[in-house]
Design a protein around this ligand. Structure first.
Ligand SMILES: O=C(O)CCC(=O)C(=O)O
Ligand SMILES: [Fe+2]
Length: 300
């Protein structure tokens, strides 16, 4: 494949978004989806539920690895609307950690304060600056007020390994209860402490979660992907699923998986001062925060 045939990395964080993301741990982008896109995703959720004998419309419903269940969800693996945010942080080792649909009717279900990811020794112990999980959320139903099964987060809490509210459902000073119109997207550092409001409304909250991580962090919703399904994906989608037979390939992916994307500015598969003696699959490439000097960059 010639260099021209590889895709440029889609856009990710703007400078303002990165500033807010590093300060708060979460950014909110309203109007990310058109009405047509919202309807398409809702229809795909409806298809999923209609085919699922376990689905009970009066009960909380969460389904995982949805990308393998419907082509509309598979498109989300590398969707240019959001994959650049993951690529900015995880670069050439980007992986889809999990993909989920959540349906929250009025059934009393809610979540206590927690962060996502490793528990006894959280990711932040080793990676205090950059998240090892990034969650993209698409909010497909209007959430104009509280007590609608809203996502609640504490801005700035991604820097802390502790919360005295852990495993409680208390309202915390400074918390943000996400009230957004349908079509909003959020990008969250998964170290951010969050909880979920109960849904006391007659609106059923429906949304999609896509989490990304470095390839060497474990998958959240599968061991491996169905090989026949993988054949239906484009090259970048297949790579981002990281369905390797050899477990250590997650840290050392095969040559054919490089480049995942070309640099969106230089259109190159390498950094400007790259040592081209080193094969591409072993050659380091800078992530966006490193290039911006926002995380410790290794200099030769
Ligand atoms: O449903 C939500 O808004 C959040 C769910 C959540 O916290 C999780 O799945 O870890
Ligand atoms: Fe969570």
């Amino acid at each position: 494949m010639s260099q021209q045939e590889y895709r440029l990395a889609p856009n990710g964080f703007t400078a303002e978004q990165w500033e807010q993301f590093t300060a708060d741990g979460v950014i909110v982008i309203e109007d990310a989806l058109s009405d047509e896109e919202i309807d398409r995703y809702l229809q795909a959720i409806d298809r999923y539920c209609a085919a699922d004998a376990q689905y009970n419309p009066t009960k909380f419903c969460m389904r995982e690895n949805i990308v393998q269940r419907d082509p509309t969800f598979a498109e989300l693996i590398d969707h240019p609307r959001h994959v650049g945010y993951g690529y900015d942080i995880y670069g050439e080792l980007l992986k889809l950690h999990l993909s989920q649909i959540f349906i929250r009717p009025t059934d009393g279900n809610y979540n206590h304060w927690h962060h996502d990811g490793a528990r006894a020794v959280p990711y932040g112990v080793y990676a205090p600056e950059l998240p090892l999980q990034l969650k993209i959320s698409y909010w497909l139903t209007d959430l104009p007020s509280t007590k609608m099964g809203n996502f609640v987060y504490l801005p700035g809490s991604h820097r802390s390994q502790h919360s005295k509210y852990y495993h409680t459902h208390e309202s915390v000073p400074g918390e943000k209860i996400l009230c957004v119109p349908k079509g909003a997207m959020t990008v969250a550092n998964c170290n951010t402490w969050h909880r979920v409001e109960p849904n006391e409304s007659d609106v059923v909250r429906k949304n999609i979660f896509l989490a990304y991580c470095p390839s060497w962090v474990c998958e959240g919703d599968r061991y491996q992907s169905d090989p026949n399904w993988l054949k239906t994906l484009n090259r970048e989608q297949r790579i981002i699923m990281r369905s390797y037979a050899n477990p250590y390939a997650r840290a050392k992916p095969p040559a054919e998986d490089f480049p995942l994307f070309l640099d969106r500015d230089t259109r190159s598969d390498s950094d400007p001062d790259a040592d081209i003696r080193v094969p591409l699959k072993q050659r380091k490439r800078l992530t966006m925060p490193e290039k911006m000097g926002l995380a410790s960059a290794s200099t030769p």
